[in-house]
Ligand binder design. Structure first.
Ligand code: FES
Length: 147
C-alpha cells in the first residue's frame, strides 16, 4: 500500500472517517459505565459539610478577656469573661495590614496603631475609620467554628 497523493476526494474521505469515528466514540462514551454520574447528597466527594462550619480553634485557645489571631484564616477571635466568642476579619481597615495582638480590650494593628474594640470591632483609635468586618462564629462542644 503506497502513499496516496492528497486530492480533494481523499481529503473528503478522511473528514468522513473522522466524523464517523467521533460519532461512534460519543455513543460508546454515553453508554459506558464511566460516564454514569452517581447521585449523592454529599456537599462534596468527601461527605457533607459538618454542622456549624469550619473548625477555627478550641475554646480554651481563646483566652478570656483577650483573643487569638488565626493567621492562616485571617480571623481574629476575641472572648469576654464568659464563653461568648466574637470573630472579626484580621485585616486592618486602614491600609490592609494584618492585626497583631489583642490587649487591653482592643485589637491592635501594628502598622499605624489603629485599635478596634475587641467585643464589637468598632474603631477606638485611628487612623482607621471603619470597623473590622465581623466573621460569624459559633461555639459548640468546646470549639469555635465558622457559623
Ligand atoms: Fe492598620 Fe494602618 S494598616 S493602622
Amino acid at each position: 500500500m503506497g502513499i496516496e497523493p492528497l486530492t480533494r476526494r481523499s481529503a473528503l474521505r478522511g473528514v468522513v472517517i473522522a466524523v464517523a469515528a467521533a460519532a461512534v466514540g460519543f455513543v460508546v462514551a454515553r453508554a459506558g459505565r464511566a460516564s454514569v454520574l452517581v447521585p449523592t447528597t454529599a456537599a462534596n466527594g468527601y461527605g457533607p459539610e459538618p454542622q456549624g462550619g469550619r473548625l477555627l480553634a478550641r475554646l480554651d485557645q481563646v483566652p478570656a478577656g483577650g483573643g487569638v489571631i488565626l493567621d492562616n484564616a485571617k480571623i481574629v477571635l476575641t472572648r469576654g469573661q464568659g464563653d461568648t466568642v466574637h470573630g472579626f476579619s484580621a485585616i486592618c481597615t486602614h491600609q490592609g495590614c494584618p492585626v497583631a495582638q489583642v490587649s487591653g480590650g482592643a485589637i491592635v494593628c501594628p502598622c499605624h496603631g489603629s485599635r478596634f474594640d475587641a467585643q464589637t470591632g468598632a474603631v477606638v483609635g485611628g487612623p482607621a475609620n471603619r470597623p473590622l468586618p465581623p466573621i460569624p462564629v459559633v461555639v459548640r462542644d468546646g470549639s469555635v467554628y465558622t457559623a
